[in-house]
Design a protein. Structure first.
Length: 118
């Protein structure tokens, strides 16, 4: 029987020799691997509760294709691009110098106009 993990216990992870290059890239990109994994676990628990994920993970999966972003990533990129555009517009609006008020144009009347009204 598997030993129950307690807070502060070490856990060990080992990658497969045939690990997808994108997984290795993700692992090597993390500045704090444990915190990144904890974040993913928190998202899983928030979405699906505490469960044995192995009961739901297919044995063979080809979700990742090295070099091609996942469909969710494409959606995320589009969402982020739209958000960045809105953010840039908001920043521009905040830091843009105020436009000087347009001068009020007073009509000038010459003597001919005054005579025409009389």
């Amino acid at each position: 029987m598997k030993k129950t993990k307690l807070p502060g216990d070490n856990i060990s992870l080992k990658t497969k020799k045939t690990e997808d290059p994108l997984i290795m890239q993700w692992l090597n990109t993390q500045s704090n691997l444990m915190d990144s994994l904890r974040y993913l676990v928190e998202k899983e628990i928030a979405s699906n509760g505490v469960r044995n994920l192995q009961a739901f993970v297919p044995m063979e999966r080809s979700t990742l294709q090295a070099g091609e972003p996942a469909p969710q990533e494409m959606d995320l990129r589009a969402h982020l691009a739209a958000g960045l555009g809105q953010f840039a517009a908001a920043v521009e609006e905040v830091i843009a110098p105020p436009k000087p008020p347009e001068p009020t144009v007073e009509e000038e009347f010459d003597d001919d106009d005054i005579e025409a009204w009389s």
